[in-house]
Write a protein that binds this ligand. Sequence first.
Ligand code: GCU
Length: 701
Amino acid sequence: SRRTLVHGAGGLVDTVLREVAQAGAGHGGQVRHQEPRPADGQRVVAGEVDAGAGEFDLVLALRTTAPLPDQAVAVEAEFRQRYGEHADPLGDEGFVLGRHGQGTVVLADAPAGLLYGLFHVVRLGESAFGADRPVERHRPAMRLRMLDHWDNVDVHHDSGQVERGYAGGSIFWQIGEPRRDPDRVRAYGRLLAACGVNAVAVNNVNVHATEARLLTDRIGDVAAIAELLRPYGVRVYLSVSFAAPIVLGGLSSADPLDEEVRAWWAGTTRQVYETIPDFGGYVVKADSEGQPGPFAYGRSHADGANALAEALAPFGGVVHWRAFVYNHRQDWRDRSTDRARAAFDHFAPLDGQFRENVILQVKHGPMDFQVREPVSPVIAAMPATRLAVEFQVTQEYTGQQRHVCYLGPLWREVLDFGPWGAGGPTVATVAAGPAVDDGGSASAAGGSAPTAGGGLVAVSNVGDDPFWTGHPLAQANLYAFGRLAWAPGMDPSAILDEWIDLTFVPSTTADPELLRRTLHEIMDDSWHTYERYTTPLGVGFMVRPGHHYGPDVDGYEYTAWGTYHFADRDGIGVDRTRRSGTGFTGQYPQPWSDVYESLERCPDELLLFFHHVPYGHLLHSGSTVIQHIYDTHFAGVEEVARMRRRWERLSAAGLVDPGLDARVRERLDEQLRSAQEWRDQVNTYFFRKSGVPDARGRRIH
Ligand code: GCU
């Protein structure tokens, strides 16, 4: 059994204490808590260990609380030696991890850092207690690591309770009211902290009538959630309607430049902070897919965002203004309108006009969370604006948590992308903002750098399902998002190792190696597998309209949504070049502007996003486009069949819990069925269009 010392005081320190006590209880460990007595600076000992009991196995100490225990003092000295003048600041959430004597020591300057340090020790497991462990400093790359819940309080006929939710109902809301199960929300907070997430928006960006009222007469419901999440360092945010002054305030207008409107936002926001002093801020989807916005008053998105930001500023709140603005009522006959261009066209001219507490929240691709998209050019276009990059953890377009699709590798690719070319800043550095003191390596490119990045945001995949995420393996996406927001340079496969060890505790199973290896084999490349049997070469969509599950090649082809593939008997793809297409390639800085423009240089995986080509066009891979479509669709289905066989090996060996096993098997069966459907519809469609037979003579219907 291990002996732990918790040294410090304040809100989250109690959480740390509770966590260690709980963890220790199972193993007969002992915990001591000490904090200075305000009057005489003496330590108060709470717990069952005698005072002066010598060394501890684990010390969790706030550096700000003097006098530090001896083991902490020693690690602090080693830390200063190793990091020299770069040792500080640790920040609100950072921590130092080191070893002294027989003990492992976590040092932090704020209670949240202590909590993250503890979860890190849990993650490391036994290796945290290995004899040799050089002192390490850990600080989150992104200050804001946020999940947006697309949850409604009520059920909506078109979208259920959670819009794009694949894990049951909302974790926050029972139909019409807050959940009466505080333990579940508390457990969720704990899960989030363990993943590294520190913020959640508790309702859908499409704000319906009931949900709009969360801002005013129902703010108490939001406060109740905040109360449950606070002990885990998670702040709450609210999606609000831009028309709130009208629908809630009874005003005749929501014009952001109208004095009465501004006064309404100021007063309403003051009340929000009176109820929830550490409230994070607002999330706004404006002038997008039917949501109200500033355009109705002839105002810009900067005017709109700034009005709300002004109301939030006195309280330190921020407004997350989403850049997902495009014309969803376009005429499919109109070839000059390109949805991919829209966010840049709307927002790039506004760079520098947003208040400091506005965070422009940009989807990582220019379209809508497809399995493959280029990085959004908006990310490179607004050096004087705080940008947050938005991912979709919920698998709307990647198998809806019925398919295994581990998204860590996709996000890592996006985060590593250098919008100004190799060697320059990456998407991660733009979202992180200039680092506190990383030797200046993370400064933003071009123009005046904003003071801080907007961080990383993702649409949550969690619901009230017993496995949290519907598909038990989809939990890895939640975990990977949190880890990448903390440390964007992490290897997705290493993240998976952490997740496997935390989730399945291989040390307690008969064959830990088989368990780890099999999960890697199933998950590591599952994003590419999904890509192979669905849409080819970056063209996207081809999904069933509305719910977006399963194949429908022409489902969106003649709709108003701007998501077309333009396949005819000769070829396929969207011409987005400057030379002959929509000019979208011109929204990128060099070198990408030229790389994407060029048929020769454009990467295969994005070819059909940027170019319309004949079926016989030769890819860099040596295959023609049509043969690539056939090959990948056959291969993708075979890979899913392999996944299922591999899982069966685990089931047969009894290595996983029977309930979880049953759920995963049921989902793998569906994935295989669905992948076959994708393969057959897509292959048949393109065979019928092109008349080109499969070079390998396989069966096409
Ligand atoms: C997608 C999704 C919608 C969502 C929208 C958004 O289009 O299908 O459900 O509302 O994104 O991000 O706002």
